[in-house]
Design a binder for this molecule. Structure first.
Ligand SMILES: Cc1cc2nc3c(=O)[nH]c(=O)nc-3n(C[C@H](O)[C@H](O)[C@H](O)COP(=O)(O)OP(=O)(O)OC[C@H]3O[C@@H](n4cnc5c(N)ncnc54)[C@H](O)[C@@H]3O)c2cc1C
Length: 376
């Protein structure tokens, strides 16, 4: 290929796409190589688009710091994409109800720190505990068994397939090349630098390279002598079609959640299964999701299920992604391992990855000495 590309990105999921956007805005020329027929068909398509980690207080600060960036900047990204592409990614500040109350104290102290880092409207609270009366006022269709909840009114959601469609169109308008059916098979290096990468019968070269191959990142990097602790973790989802506004908030109970969309679709997720690179759907997964959904909102028992799918999350042990230079190859950056939170964490991750790729000074002071996303 011509020597014009500054950066070659391996993987057109949310991480690759968002990083490409950061780089294109910074004036870089970018090419994305994607193994599938279209970008964004793997975990990033399958995900729910909740713009918060589930039970966010359970995560280390490194995750919270990225969540802060996503929380602040998704509304602007969605508005910009709508303007530039005409495609609405449906950012909605729907709020988030958590029906498990046993971690209230941890939640309270986490929320105190988090809310200091974001802009809250005057007098609004980031997290509060509400009782039966208020709960049934804001979500009348909830099961009566649920008598109290943690309520986070400012948490938002986004519709993944639309976000991806909008990002792809926006990137093309910015001159980013997205090459489909281009599975990278090998990374060739010499003297501590990547020389070229190889997909089927084509060699690709650039100034720098990004591995953003989601659950496949570890196998790709094994070639380079690096053992990256990222593994596939299957997540199944089912989709109900109800009347609009039957539910309005993201609702979490016992690690299972409902995400109501504006048009009445309600996503019920998700399973957590360590079964390798296997996206097969299972009856037991379906039953697990269906029962949990009906337990939250009994009307779903008589609501049609219109879809059932699975995706492979890039699982990492503590949910902290790796965003770092390859220890032996100076022009190769890795951004992977976002596990259950790649959408909300993606914006901040993309910014760090883009800075590592361009070697920008702001990052040197911030991350090169104390990067919490270092290769382990
Ligand atoms: C059921 C489910 C629910 C989820 N819900 C949420 C949520 O509510 N909120 C949230 O923030 N996150 C959620 N997630 C997690 C989130 O979807 C992921 O963390 C995120 O999509 C990871 O993005 P990625 O770009 O790293 O990976 P992917 O989206 O998997 O993208 C990697 C891309 O690389 C390509 N690729 C791989 N190998 C190669 C190769 N050799 N050559 C070329 N291309 C290659 C793949 O085809 C793929 O397109 C959910 C995930 C699942 C499965």
């Amino acid at each position: 290929m011509s020597g014009k590309t500054n950066t070659l990105i391996i993987g057109g999921g949310i991480i690759g796409l968002l990083t490409a956007r950061e780089l294109a805005i910074a004036g870089q020329s970018v090419t994305i190589l994607e193994k599938n027929t279209h970008a964004g068909l793997e975990s990033s398509w399958a995900g729910g688009g909740i713009l918060s980690p589930l039970y966010p207080w359970r995560y280390p600060d490194a995750v919270t710091d990225l969540a802060v960036i996503g929380h602040k900047d998704y509304p602007r990204l969605a508005a910009d994409l709508l303007k530039s592409t005409g495609i609405d990614p449906e950012y909605v500040r729907s709020g988030h109800l958590i029906l498990d109350l046993d971690e209230y104290d941890q939640a309270k102290s986490w929320a105190k720190t988090f809310s200091k880092k974001i802009t809250l409207e005057r007098k609004s609270k980031f997290l509060q505990r509400i009782g039966r009366r208020e709960l049934s006022l804001i979500e009348p269709e909830l099961s009566e068994n649920h008598t109290a909840a943690l309520w986070m009114p400012v948490i938002g959601q986004i519709r993944n397939p639309r976000l991806i469609k909008a990002l792809v169109k926006d990137l093309k308008q910015r001159g980013v090349k997205i090459i489909p059916d281009a599975e990278v098979k090998a990374i060739h290096s010499e003297n501590g630098k990547v020389l070229y990468i190889e997909s089927s019968n084509t060699r690709w070269s650039a100034d720098s390279y990004l591995v953003a191959a989601g659950a496949w990142s570890a196998s790709l990097l094994a070639d380079t002598g690096l053992s990256l602790a990222v593994e596939p973790v299957r997540g199944q989802m089912i989709l109900f079609k109800a009347d609009p506004d039957k539910l309005r908030r993201i609702i979490l109970n016992n690690s299972k959640y409902l995400i109501p969309r504006r048009d009445g679709h309600i996503l019920a997720g998700s399973t957590l299964e360590y079964v390798g690179f296997n996206k097969q759907l299972t009856d037991s997964g379906y039953q697990e999701l269906w029962s949990a959904a009906v337990d939250i909102a009994p009307f779903l028992e008589n609501t049609p299920v219109v879809s059932h799918w699975a995706g492979l999350r890039p699982g990492s042990s503590s949910g902290v992604p790796t965003i770092d230079r390859h220890p032996d190859l100076e022009n190769l950056v890795i951004c992977s391992g976002h596990f259950r939170n790649g959408v909300i964490l993606g914006l901040g991750s993309a910014r760090i990855a883009a800075e590592l790729l361009t070697g920008s000074d702001s990052l040197k002071s911030n991350y090169q000495t104390r990067n919490p996303y270092r290769v382990q």
